[in-house]
Design a protein around this ligand. Structure first.
Ligand SMILES: [Zn+2]
Length: 421
C-alpha cells in the first residue's frame, strides 16, 4: 500500500500530549492544528503538521514515491474513537422489553416474564458461533462508519463455559474480518445464571476454576470484567475473580456503582484498567481514584435508554482529577447504540462536559482504559493510523448535531473505510 496523505483539514484535532490518561484541565486540551495534514504509511502515522509543512517537508518530495492523497474537503479530523465498553455478543434486540418498559413495566416485572438478561442468555446459548459473529461484524461495521476504530467487546450473555467461549470465539472471528482493533473481555461474572440461582458459590468456582484458565490458555480475552451490583456480584466475589484473572495474566475491569453505591477501594488494589458506570461512586473515594491509574469509564447511553433521572457526575470526577473516558456500552438491554457521536452529545448536554473534554474522553482516555495509550487515541507519529474524518468545520459540531452521523471516512490501521462499504 502506498503512503496515504490526508490533507485539506480545517481542524486537525491531534490530542498530542503526555503519555498518560488526561486529567483535570488537561482533558480539555486537544491540540488542534489549523489547516492540517497527516501522512500515514504501513498502518502507522508518520508525520503530523500543517498542510504547508506537509508540502514543504516530509518524504513526499524527496522520496518521489507515489502517495495516495485524500482530500478531507475542509472537514475536521480526530483520532478514531476508542469505544472501551461494549457487549456486542448477543443474538437479538429486546423489542418486547422495550415496549413493556415504555408501558411502565419495571425491571423486575420484565425479568419475571422471561425478558431482560434472561432472554439474551437463552438467545446466545441457542445461537451458532457464526450467527453471533455476523451480528458482531454488523456492529463493528456500523462503528467504523461512525468513526470508531478500536472497540472493547465483552462476552457475558452465555454464562456457561460453552456459551462464553463461543461468544469470545465469535468476537475473535468478527475481529479478524474487521480492519480496526478489537480487545476482548470475558464477562462470565455478568450475573448468576438461572440454573445456579441457589448455588452462586459453584458458579463463582466455575468462573475461577474453568472459564478464566481456559480463556487465558486460548488467549481469547485480554481482560476479565465483573458486574458489581446488588443483583449481580458483591465486592468479595469480584476480588476473587480479579485475583484469579491476575494469576492467569489477564487484566481487570468492572461494572460498578451503576444502580447502587459500592466501594471502589477493595477493587483498586488490583489496579483495574477501568471501573465503568460510576453513577453512584462516593465523593470520599474520588481522591483514591485520582491517584490511581484506573480510568473511570462513563456510559451515558445507558442512563438515556433507561430514562434514568440522573447521569454520572462527570464534572465532579474531572475536577477531582479522576481520568474519565466515555463509551457506548452497546448492548441489547440498556444501551442499543453504536454511535460515539451520540455519546458525546449526551456527555455535553447531560453531564456538562465541554466538547473538547468529551473528545479526549472518547479517544485518548478510552485508549488508556484499554491499556493501549501507547498505540491509540491520538494523532502522533508512531501511533496506529486510526483516524476519523468528519464533514464539519468545527470540532464542536460533532457533539452539537445530535443523533446524526457526521463521519464520512475512517482509517483503521491505515485501511480506508467509507460509509458506502
Ligand atoms: Zn456494560
Amino acid at each position: 500500500m502506498p503512503p496515504l496523505l490526508l490533507t485539506n483539514i480545517s481542524q486537525l484535532v491531534t490530542l498530542r500530549g503526555p503519555a498518560a490518561p488526561r486529567r483535570g484541565r488537561e482533558l480539555g486540551e486537544i491540540a488542534i492544528i489549523q489547516d492540517g495534514a497527516v501522512l500515514c504509511s504501513g498502518g502507522k502515522i508518520v508525520s503530523v503538521g500543517t498542510r504547508r509543512e506537509s508540502a514543504r517537508d516530509w518524504f513526499l518530495k524527496s522520496a518521489k514515491r507515489k502517495v495516495d492523497e485524500i482530500d478531507c474537503r475542509g472537514g475536521v479530523v480526530l483520532p478514531g474513537f476508542v469505544d472501551s465498553h461494549t457487549h456486542p455478543a448477543f443474538a437479538a434486540p429486546r423489542l418486547v422489553d422495550f415496549e413493556k418498559r415504555i408501558a411502565g413495566a419495571t425491571y423486575e416485572e420484565i425479568a419475571r416474564e422471561g425478558g431482560g438478561i434472561r432472554s439474551s442468555i437463552d438467545g446466545v446459548r441457542n445461537a451458532s458461533r457464526a450467527s453471533l459473529a455476523t451480528n458482531i461484524s454488523q456492529a463493528l461495521a456500523e462503528m467504523a462508519t461512525q468513526g470508531t476504530t478500536t472497540v472493547e467487546a465483552k462476552s457475558g450473555y452465555g454464562l456457561n463455559m460453552e456459551a462464553e467461549v463461543k461468544s469470545l470465539e465469535a468476537i475473535r472471528a468478527a475481529a479478524q474480518r474487521w480492519p480496526g482493533t478489537v480487545v476482548a473481555t470475558l464477562l462470565g461474572a455478568h450475573v448468576v445464571p438461572p440454573e445456579f440461582q441457589s448455588r452462586r458459590k459453584q458458579y463463582l468456582r466455575l468462573i475461577c476454576d474453568e472459564m478464566i484458565p481456559a480463556v487465558s490458555r486460548r488467549k481469547l480475552a485480554r481482560f476479565v470484567d465483573v458486574f458489581v451490583e446488588q443483583l449481580a456480584f458483591n465486592s468479595d466475589e469480584a476480588r476473587k475473580v480479579f485475583a484469579t484473572a491476575r494469576k492467569h495474566g489477564l487484566g481487570t475491569r468492572a461494572h460498578i456503582c451503576q444502580l447502587t453505591p459500592a466501594m471502589v477501594k477493595p477493587l483498586l488494589e488490583f489496579q483495574p484498567a477501568s471501573l465503568d458506570h460510576m453513577d453512584y461512586v462516593s465523593d470520599e473515594e474520588l481522591p483514591l481514584l485520582a491517584e490511581s491509574e484506573t480510568v473511570a469509564t462513563l456510559v451515558p447511553g445507558a442512563n438515556y435508554f433507561l430514562a434514568a433521572n440522573r447521569y454520572p457526575a462527570a464534572r465532579k470526577l474531572i475536577d477531582a482529577g479522576v481520568a474519565v473516558a466515555l463509551a457506548t456500552d452497546y448492548n441489547p438491554g440498556t444501551s442499543p447504540t453504536t454511535n460515539m457521536q451520540f455519546v458525546l452529545s449526551l456527555a455535553c448536554t447531560q453531564m456538562k462536559m465541554s466538547p473538547a473534554e468529551a473528545i479526549s474522553a472518547a479517544t485518548i482516555n478510552g485508549a488508556h482504559a484499554l491499556r493501549l495509550g501507547d498505540r491509540k487515541g491520538s494523532i502522533e507519529p508512531g501511533k496506529d493510523a486510526d483516524v476519523a474524518v468528519f464533514g464539519v468545520r468545527d470540532y464542536r459540531e460533532i457533539a452539537y448535531w445530535a443523533g446524526s452521523n457526521l463521519c464520512g471516512l475512517t482509517l483503521l490501521q491505515g485501511n480506508v473505510w467509507t460509509a458506502d462499504l
